[in-house]
Design a protein around this ligand. Structure first.
Ligand SMILES: *[C@@H]1O[C@H](CO)[C@@H](O)[C@H](O)[C@H]1NC(C)=O
Ligand SMILES: *[C@@H]1O[C@H](CO)[C@@H](O)[C@H](O)[C@H]1NC(C)=O
Length: 711
């Protein structure tokens, strides 16, 4: 039993490997090791190198003793001793061998397999790899059989301040509006330090400004850059270079540092008004300049930029406000003075304008500083120009009666030279506008006369162009349109609007309207047409027809009685006098042809001639003649047959048509033989009356038999 217990205890104790911490030969690392150990809550006493010490409190070794520390960047003549493996296993006669495996075993960390000393044989860099996980094992020297299970431990690389802070995103650019108040935040920057941020001050950074004072300041810890002067003026200095330093070790001497640059650009605000470069501008302009032409430019300078420099220009006063206008050219930021109404040197020779330039986008913060506008005076001198003649009117409208006499004056145009020299003027007609040479003009006084007769019914308007030329300078030419309207004269008589043909029904009633006619007149009287109709004086008491004027200027022709008969008179001619209301009136006589026709009871005309003339069927005359011809032909043939038959006393049909004959034979039993057949006359069938004497007398008996049967 005690043996069992001892075995159990041994089982518990055997996996033990005691790790001895080596003290690195670096003085300032000592407190770090100590703190590390204390942090682990270990009861370990620190020993000088090589001095062994048993750890009595085994229950804590699992989390205390499974790590070693080694300082990074150590470079001495000898490999640095990191620690020692030791097992308290009683090897007895066996010799123990220590084996190391895992991260860097053999390459970075070497173990003395007899003593268990672990050395780092390479320089370590915490920033590259901060800890290594290794496995230690004690084996039998001879058999290499494990004497206990493997035990895992960690070698931690201890930080030293071997990395300077770095500004990874630099150099920086930032903007801040000019005229900002003191302490306006501009931007912030960030430096990074690769050293261990949780251990020591190697990564504890403090920021400061090396260059750029007194304009900017930086908050040491947050690295927020602020303006350090109020009202910095972009127009004075636009760009600032700030050099920023980040220092580790909390900024203490001995720390490492890195710098970066920050370029701060002041952005514009509208803190400057526009200012005219000159207070007085002089321009001169010829009086004949085209409307809208730019006469001159004025410019107010503004030290601001962009929209803060934009100004609008206005004419605010002066004696030429109605004639001139000013527009703002946003591109050039100046004002263009243009002509709005025609100038006349002879009327006024100079103008004075007061122009104003005003900022468009005003910053209310600065508007209290005074007006953001400026004014200047513009003097415009009008120069004399040789001007073309000026007609007394821009257009002329003339009226002339179409019967005007040749060479009579239709109208007159006048023009004058507006210049002081006042040249005489000659007039002419632009012949392109008067190809027929309908008109002439007096070159001196501009009177237009008629050259060839006019006809309103051919052309109402003659629109021509008159040219005025200065005698002293033939290049000074003006043109004016002259519209000549030809006025109507009653020179056309009215007549029927179309060729009318009237039909009168034989069975018509007295007072019935036979036809309605209307008249037309080529003239165009002002108040429209009014026609008068009448019968010839000798026809006024016509017993057959009468006329009646309708409201709409047309005329109805009425029958006075019934009983018209085409046998008696087929056609009546009725002359009608049509007169217009001109002064003097014109008239003409047109004759209406009235045909007498046969009509149906409801008055539809059916035939108008003595010969058959069937209108409603719509057959053509040719077709009617053809039908008539056929009927006559048929009639002639029948007559011819009958005549022949009488002469020869022979049956009409003697052809030996057997079928017909047989039928007939069966029909009459009493008859017989060839004679019977021969004796039958088909004409009896064609004319069943049998009384018109066409039948031969010797066949009557037979026929009588049939008749008796039938009766
Ligand atoms: C001529 O001018 C008049 C008045 O301007 C116009 O009414 C008419 O249509 C013109 N006639 C022709 C043929 O151009
Ligand atoms: C009137 O008609 C009759 C026949 O119906 C004719 O004889 C006579 O001449 C006509 N009168 C006139 C004026 O046409």
């Amino acid at each position: 039993m005690p043996e069992r217990l001892a075995e159990m205890l041994l089982d518990l104790w055997t996996p033990l490997i005691i790790l001895w911490i080596t003290l690195p030969p670096c003085i300032y690392m000592a407190p770090m090791n100590q703190s590390q150990v204390l942090m682990s809550g270990s009861p370990l006493e620190l020993n000088s190198l090589g001095e062994e010490q048993r750890i009595l409190n085994r229950s804590k070794r699992g989390w205390v003793w499974n790590q070693m520390f080694v300082l990074e960047e150590f470079s001495g003549p000898e490999p640095i001793l990191v620690g020692r493996l030791h097992t308290d296993l009683d090897p007895g006669s066996k010799k123990i061998k220590y084996i190391l495996s895992g991260d860097g075993a053999g390459t970075i960390f070497q173990i003395n397999d007899v003593t268990g000393d672990i050395h780092a044989i390479k320089r370590l860099d915490r920033e590259e790899k901060a800890e290594y996980t290794l496995t230690a094992q004690a084996v039998d020297w001879e058999t290499s059989k494990p004497l206990e299970p493997p035990s895992e431990f960690i070698i931690k690389v201890q930080d030293i301040n071997d990395n300077a802070p770095e500004f990874l995103n630099g150099p920086y650019h930032a903007t801040v509006p000019e005229m900002s108040i003191l302490g306006t935040s501009v931007t912030n920057v960030t430096a990074t330090d690769a050293d261990d941020p949780v251990y020591g001050n190697s990564a504890k950074l403090v920021y400061s400004i090396l260059e750029g004072q007194p304009y900017f300041s930086i908050e040491p810890e947050t690295a927020i850059i602020k303006t350090a002067l109020p009202n910095m003026d972009r127009e004075a200095k636009e760009e600032y270079l700030v050099v920023i330093q980040a220092k580790d070790m909390g900024g203490h001497s001995g720390g490492l540092s890195g710098t970066t640059t920050l370029t701060v650009t002041l952005t514009d605000v509208n803190d400057n008004p526009p200012k005219f470069a000159q207070s007085l501008y002089h321009f001169s302009v010829p009086e004949d300049v085209v409307l809208g032409t730019a006469i001159g430019r004025v410019k107010a300078n503004d030290q601001d930029i962009g929209e803060n420099a934009q100004s609008s220009y206005d004419i605010i006063d002066g004696d030429g406000t109605a004639l001139f206008e000013i527009t703002s050219d946003a591109q050039a930021q100046d004002g263009i003075i243009r002509l709005r109404k025609p100038l006349d040197f002879e009327t006024k020779k100079s103008y004075t304008l007061k122009v104003e330039a005003a900022n468009i986008h005003i910053d209310p913060r600065f508007s209290g500083r005074g007006p953001f506008k400026d004014t200047a005076t513009v003097k415009i001198v009008v120069e004399d120009a040789d001007e073309p003649p000026v007609f007394s009117s821009p257009t002329y409208l003339l009226e002339v009666h179409e019967n005007a006499a040749l060479n009579s004056v239709i109208g007159q145009v006048t023009a004058r030279d507006p210049d002081i020299t006042s040249s005489p003027i000659r007039f002419s007609i632009d012949r392109h506008t008067d190809l027929e040479r309908q008109f002439n003009i007096n070159a001196d006084d501009g009177k237009i006369t008629l050259a060839t007769p006019l006809d309103r019914e051919l052309s109402v308007w003659h629109n021509i162009t008159i040219i005025a030329t200065e005698i002293r300078n033939h290049s000074q030419i003006s043109r004016v349109p002259v519209a000549i309207k030809v006025l109507d004269v009653n020179d056309n008589a009215p007549e029927f609007a179309s060729e009318y043909e009237a039909f009168l029904c034989e069975n018509g009633k007295p007072g019935q309207v036979i036809q309605t006619v209307s008249a037309m007149d080529k003239d165009d009287p002002k108040n429209g047409h009014y026609f008068l109709y009448s019968l010839l004086p000798e026809m006024v008491n016509n017993p057959n027809f009468t006329i009646k004027k309708n409201e709409d200027n047309s005329l109805s022709i009425l029958a006075k009685h019934n009983g018209f008969n085409r046998q008696k008179q087929e056609v009546y001619l009725l002359p009608i006098i049509i007169s217009d209301s001109g002064n003097p009136p014109l008239s003409s006589t047109s004759t209406l042809t009235i045909r007498v026709c046969g009509c149906s009871n409801d008055g539809v005309v059916q035939s108008c001639n003595v010969e058959a003339y069937v209108l409603p069927i719509g057959l053509s005359m040719g077709a009617l003649i053809a039908i008539l011809a056929c009927i006559i032909l048929l009639f002639v043939i029948v007559v011819l047959f009958v005549t022949l038959r009488r002469h020869k006393n022979e049956p009409l049909i003697i052809k030996d048509d057997e079928d017909v004959r047989e039928n007939i034979i069966r029909y009459d039993d009493e008859g017989g033989g060839e004679e019977d057949t021969e004796a039958f006359d088909i004409a009896t069938l064609q004319n069943p009356d049998g009384i018109n004497g066409f039948l031969p007398h010797y066949r009557r008996g037979l026929l009588g038999g049939i008749s008796q049967d039938a009766v």
